[in-house]
Design a protein. Structure first.
Length: 246
């Protein structure tokens, strides 16, 4: 598709089980090559939205009850996570859930499972190791021996091995030191500069400010404010949402 948005979410309603309403009519767009942050307190529905976009709701006994999601002008709902990776939506949602027994390089190869052009994989890996030099220094080490920050870098790099058009991230800065967060932010800026769109959930403000242009504030499953990330992060409602959790 050639529209201005790579991702369009319109009126999305999601429940867990039969009754827990997690999203009640959420609409947002991610422009092609753009970077958008989703802000909000614990339980607001941020992770649920990311699960919907990446095809992971069925794993959590959750269901779409209304609305639509379109990626590249094609419907997303009903397609499974690996089909969506092949279509161009890569994600790192489960924090640092890398494979601890596999080496760094093997972890990266796992991320390339859906790549049809196998000959392109070494060049992509080399490009990602330039982006995350620490991973290059540790290619043959088991992933489990990396520091928390390095494991987060590996999780992001693994997702990028798929060569996605959209990268979806949940709390990549959680528990990491400010210097490491800055390193990850610089890498993600390069990623968006090269044309990959990003949809980011992060409770820290550093990545949202450093990487995204636009942001939305979720409250109890609804978007209650939207705007440039800098403006929104200065909003009292956002400050309150964050103060409520940290
Ligand atoms: P957090 O930062 O705590 O993850 P969040 O903004 O990502 O918050 P969600 O995790 O999307 O919020 O949760 C939205 C709502 O859905 C909450 O009411 C939560 O209790 C509920 N919920 C989330 N996961 C499940 C689940 N697996 N089963 C049942 N209810 C769930």
């Amino acid at each position: 598709g050639g529209g201005p948005n790579v991702l369009e979410v319109d009126g999305l309603v999601v429940t867990y089980g039969r009754s827990v309403l997690a999203l009640s009519g959420v609409s947002l767009n991610v422009p092609r090559g753009g970077a958008v942050a989703l802000l909000g307190a614990n339980g607001a529905g941020k992770t649920t939205l990311l699960r919907a976009v990446t095809g992971l709701l069925p794993l959590y006994d959750a269901e779409v009850r209304g609305g639509t999601i379109r990626f590249d002008d094609r419907p997303v709902i009903g397609r499974d996570a690996s089909a969506l990776v092949r279509a161009g939506i890569a994600q790192s949602l489960e924090g640092r859930r890398i494979f601890p027994e596999l080496t760094v390089e093997e972890n990266l190869r796992v991320g390339a499972f859906a790549v049809r052009d196998r000959a392109a994989i070494p060049a992509r890996q080399a490009e990602l190791l330039e982006l995350f030099p620490r991973l290059g220094e540790r290619l043959r080490q088991p992933g489990g021996l990396l520091s928390g920050g390095e494991q987060q870098m590996l999780a992001i790099a693994r997702a990028l091995m798929a060569g996605p058009e959209l990268l979806v991230l949940d709390e990549p800065s959680l528990g990491l030191a400010p210097l490491v967060v800055a390193e990850i932010g610089a890498a993600l800026r390069t990623v968006t500069d090269r044309g990959t769109a990003v949809l980011l959930v992060d409770q820290g403000t550093a990545l949202a400010l450093g990487v995204t242009h636009d942001a939305h504030l979720l409250e109890h499953g609804r978007i209650v404010a939207s705007g440039p990330t800098t403006t929104l992060l200065a909003d009292d409602r956002v400050r309150e949402a964050y103060l409520g959790t940290r």
